[in-house]
Design a protein around this ligand. Structure first.
Ligand SMILES: [Zn+2]
Length: 149
C-alpha cells in the first residue's frame, strides 16, 4: 500500500466515525486529496426519507467544491462497513458517486486514484476512476471543459 493510500484510508476511517447512519447502520468515510496535499473528508449523511441521504464521497466533494478546489482533486480514499462490525472487504463508490467523482476528474483534467477499503482499513483495493466508470459522460460532453482524463 502506498503512503498516499494509507493516509487517505486513515483519514476516511476517522471521517466514518462521524457518519450519520441511523437507518443503514453502515458507516462510510471518504477522504479527498487535493493537489496541494490537503485532505477534505466526508461521511455518509442519511435522512429519514432515505432518498435524500448523501454518500460520504458526495459530502466530501461538495465540501471541496465549496472551498473552490473542485479542479484540484487527485485521489480519493473510501472506507465503509457495518457499524459495530470489523468488516474487512473493501467497498467501492456507488454508481451515483462514480458519476460525481467523474465530474471532479473531468474538471481537473486527470484520472483519479480511488483507494477502497473495508471498515478496518486492512485491505485496500486501488483503482483508477476510468476503470470504475469507463466511457463516462461528463462536462466535456456538454462542452463545459475539454479536459477528459
Ligand atoms: Zn455513493
Amino acid at each position: 500500500m502506498t503512503d498516499e493510500a494509507r493516509t487517505l484510508i486513515e483519514a476516511a476511517r476517522k471521517a466514518a466515525q462521524n457518519a450519520y447512519a441511523p437507518y443503514s447502520n453502515f458507516a462510510v468515510g471518504a477522504a479527498v486529496l487535493l493537489s496541494d496535499g490537503s485532505i477534505v473528508t466526508g461521511a455518509n449523511f442519511e435522512n429519514a426519507s432515505y432518498g435524500l441521504s448523501l454518500c460520504a464521497e458526495t459530502v466530501a466533494l461538495a465540501s471541496v467544491s465549496a472551498q473552490g478546489r473542485f479542479a484540484d482533486v487527485v485521489a480519493i480514499g473510501v472506507i465503509g462497513g457495518r457499524i459495530g462490525h470489523a468488516d474487512t472487504d473493501p467497498i467501492s463508490p456507488c454508481g451515483r458517486c462514480r458519476q460525481v467523482i467523474n465530474e471532479a476528474a473531468q474538471v481537473g483534467g486527470r484520472d483519479l486514484s480511488i483507494y477502497c477499503s473495508g471498515a478496518t482499513g486492512d485491505e485496500v483495493a486501488e483503482h483508477k476512476l476510468s476503470e470504475l466508470l469507463p466511457h463516462a459522460f461528463g462536462p466535456a460532453d456538454l462542452g463545459l471543459t475539454g479536459n477528459r482524463p
